[in-house]
Design a protein around this ligand. Structure first.
Ligand code: ADE
Length: 220
C-alpha cells in the first residue's frame, strides 16, 4: 500500500515514521508513506495557501488551488481520497478494516480555521477521529495510518490481530505476565493450570463481562 499524506507540517511526522512498527513496515516495503507539503503546489508567488473567508468571519481558510493541484498530481485509478475534518464520519476499527484493501490512500489534513468547502469535492470519504477539535488533521492522519498499517499482511502476527478489541464488537480479555503474585494481587488460577479449553471459556466470558461493563453500546 502507498499512503500520501498532504500537510503543511511535514516535520510533525518525523517521530511517527521513525519508530517501531511503522518504521519496520516501511523498511520492509509493506507500506510506502509519502509526506507531501501541499504548499509546494501553490501557484501564488509567496506560496500562500490560505485567504480570508467570503462573507467575513475570523481566521484564514485553506484555498482550493494548492490542494486540488496536489491531489490531481498524485491521483491514479487506484486512489482513494480521505479528507480529515471534525464533521466527518467517526473513525473506528470497521472503517480501518475497510480501508486496508486500497492500493493507494491520499489523506488530506485540514488546518487553521477551516478549508474552502469545495475541497470536499475531492474526497471519497470524510473522517473525524472523535468529537473534539484538533489544531489540524496531522494527529488524525497518524492515527488512521497507524491503525491501517498494523492490519496489512506481515506487519504484526495474525494471532495478535485475531484476539484484540473490537473484533466481533467485543473488547479484549485481560492478559497477565510474571510474577504470578505481585504485591498480593494474583493472576487468575485458570490461566496457570494449563487447561486450554477452560482458558478459552474464561477469556470469552471476560470479553463479554468487560464489554458489558465498559462499552455496552457495542453489544447493541
Ligand atoms: N481536524 C480537526 N479536528 C479533527 C478531528 N477530530 N478529526 C479529524 N480531523 C480533524
Amino acid at each position: 500500500m502507498r499512503i500520501d499524506i498532504l500537510t503543511l507540517f511535514p516535520s510533525m511526522f518525523d517521530g511517527f515514521l521513525n519508530e517501531s512498527i511503522i518504521k519496520r513496515a516501511v523498511e520492509r516495503n509493506i507500506v510506502k508513506i509519502n509526506i507531501v507539503n501541499f504548499r509546494d503546489y501553490s501557484t501564488d508567488p509567496h506560496k500562500k495557501v490560505d485567504d480570508t473567508p467570503f462573507g467575513g468571519g475570523s481566521g484564514m481558510v485553506l484555498t482550493c488551488q494548492p490542494i486540488f493541484d496536489c491531489v490531481e498530481s498524485l491521483k491514479t485509478k487506484d486512489s482513494y481520497v480521505i479528507l480529515l475534518t471534525p464533521d466527518g464520519k467517526t473513525y473506528n476499527q470497521k472503517i480501518a478494516n475497510s480501508l486496508k484493501v486500497f492500493k493507494h490512500l491520499i489523506i488530506i489534513c485540514g488546518h487553521y480555521e477551516g478549508f474552502d468547502d469545495r475541497i470536499r469535492l475531492l474526497a471519497d470519504l470524510e473522517i473525524s477521529i472523535g468529537d473534539y477539535i484538533l489544531t489540524g488533521g496531522e494527529i488524525a492522519a497518524m492515527a488512521i495510518t497507524d491503525s491501517i498499517t498494523r492490519l496489512l499482511d506481515g506487519v504484526i502476527s495474525k494471532g495478535s490481530l485475531e484476539s484484540e478489541s473490537f473484533n466481533d464488537n467485543l473488547l479484549d480479555y485481560p492478559v497477565y505476565t510474571k510474577p504470578r503474585d505481585f504485591r498480593g494481587i494474583k493472576v487468575p488460577d485458570v490461566l496457570v493450570n494449563g487447561d486450554h479449553k477452560k482458558i478459552d471459556e474464561y477469556r470469552k466470558s471476560e470479553q463479554l463481562r468487560i464489554t458489558k461493563e465498559k462499552r455496552n453500546d457495542l453489544l447493541n
